[in-house]
Design a protein around this ligand. Structure first.
Ligand code: ASP
Length: 430
């Protein structure tokens, strides 16, 4: 059993869907679990749609809804060779359901509504890919992720209930895979990445870019031989090619190193993905869907090459808060525990922190909703100074690193070093 995950870019148009189908067709000599993301930038569009819905911006919401619909229907028509096909009818029905949601009055729980709307992206892509595989004589069956990845009700960032997920997979997926063992064709199942469902059947999402994690969860539960993430890059690179002029492919790194890179914000793999794979020693390959014959990057238990290449991770849109007590107390355990519990309450992950006797500096990703609400709560107890729009550069194995291209025209405002990792919070020079 192999688990294949196709990200948004790898299925962003009819041409890419055909390419993904060709890749699957080459690998249909083994049971396959296919996990798909929403097509192209659909999740961003659906996030925007959720905001319009919440703000009651009806006109903007209709325009955007129609754009998302047109995008999917056009891909479907191209895959159906423009003839009237049942895929278009099914997509239209799905869009009517989304329209019904948008015609409702939003409840108070933004994250709940977000999951209801944003989850449509993956469902639409699973429908399109499932259909086209069938058309290409690759029979497959769709399993709704909501029924197999069982989570808590922490909408927008749900946690997997492993026992329940095992049970669901045993009841739904395994009979499908087992029923095929005597047949010539190997079974192919398809499901949405990033999506889960509560015990009571409400849809949840696992956090942005969470489809990789879905692939890992399913690989773990199904005891897969290997997971392959198909991407628009040749594999794991030591820097984001959108930012760095020069990048190197990392041919093989350990799970631990990949976990560190993802933790510091390397965008290639969702941070939660590696742990389930590490626990069962399931290798993860990151491969290019443009060059499927290339080896890409292999992530496994081999640590030998980890320190050879410096990796650069760049995060923009950082907020830095300097928090100090209003009274004469120091930043000691009691104040720190209050500060950390506020971060936990608002579900904000800290990217870097430093403390002195009277002030605690902390940096994290800006979020339109969570950041003001955190600051508001902190200000009840502390004096809070905030700086916006900063950038965080993390370098793993920095000894032979070339920092210049990353920090030229920038001023370092906070620096931290361990033996393996250097972090710099910087701001652009005016
Ligand atoms: N479609 C979701 C996102 O863009 C999940 C994923 O692609 O992994 O965040």
């Amino acid at each position: 059993m192999h688990v294949f995950k196709f990200g948004g870019a790898s299925i962003k148009s009819a041409k890419e869907v055909k390419n993904a189908t060709a890749i699957i067709s080459v690998h249909k000599d083994r049971p396959l679990m296919i996990v798909v993301s929403a097509m192209g930038k659909t999740t961003n569009a659906l996030e925007q749609l959720t905001e319009y819905f919440f703000q009651g911006k009806k006109d903007s919401s209709i325009i955007l809804f129609n754009e998302i619909k047109r995008y999917h229907i056009e891909i479907a028509m191209e895959l159906c060779d423009d003839k009237n096909c049942e895929l278009v009818t099914s997509l239209e029905q799905k869009f009517s359901l989304l329209e019904n949601v948008l015609n409702d009055t939003p409840g108070n729980n933004y994250d709940f509504e977000y999951d209801r709307i944003v989850s449509f992206g993956e469902e639409l892509s699973a429908m399109i890919i499932g259909y086209y595989l069938n058309e290409s004589s690759i029979p497959n069956r769709w399993f709704n992720a909501k029924d197999i990845i069982i989570t808590d009700a922490r909408y927008r960032d749900a946690n997997v209930y492993w026992d329940k997920t095992f049970e669901a997979v045993e009841n739904l997926l395994l009979p499908f895979f087992n029923s095929h063992t005597k047949e010539a064709l190997h079974p192919i199942a398809i499901t949405q990445g990033f999506i889960g469902g509560t015990i009571t059947g409400y849809v949840t999402t696992l956090g942005r870019e969470g489809s990789d994690y879905t692939a890992a969860v399913l690989a773990y539960v199904l005891n897969a031989y290997e997971v392959c993430i198909w991407k628009d890059v040749p594999g794991l690179l030591n820097a984001d090619p959108k930012i760095a002029e020069q990048t190197n492919l990392l041919p093989n790194i350990s799970y631990q190193e990949a976990i560190e890179l993802a933790y510091y914000g390397a965008k290639v793999i969702h941070p939660k993905t590696l742990k389930p794979l590490l626990n069962k020693n399931i290798p993860l390959r990151v491969k290019s869907f443009y060059d499927p014959d290339e080896e890409g990057t292999l992530i496994n238990d081999n640590k030998k090459l980890d320190k050879l290449t410096p990796s650069y991770i760049f995060k923009s849109n950082q907020v830095m808060l300097s928090i100090s007590p209003k009274d004469f107390s120091f930043i000691a355990e009691k104040n720190l525990s209050i500060i950390f519990s506020e971060f936990a309450k608002h579900n904000i992950r800290i990217n870097m922190m430093q403390n002195s006797a009277i002030s605690f500096s902390v940096c994290f990703d800006f979020d339109k909703i969570k950041t003001p609400s955190l600051i508001n709560d902190l200000e009840r107890i502390f004096r809070v100074e905030s700086l916006y729009d900063k950038e965080l550069l993390t370098i793993r194995h920095y000894r032979n690193a070339n920092l210049h291209p990353f920090i030229k025209n920038r001023k370092v405002i906070l620096e931290q070093k361990t033996c393996d990792t250097l972090q710099l919070l910087v701001k652009k020079q005016e």
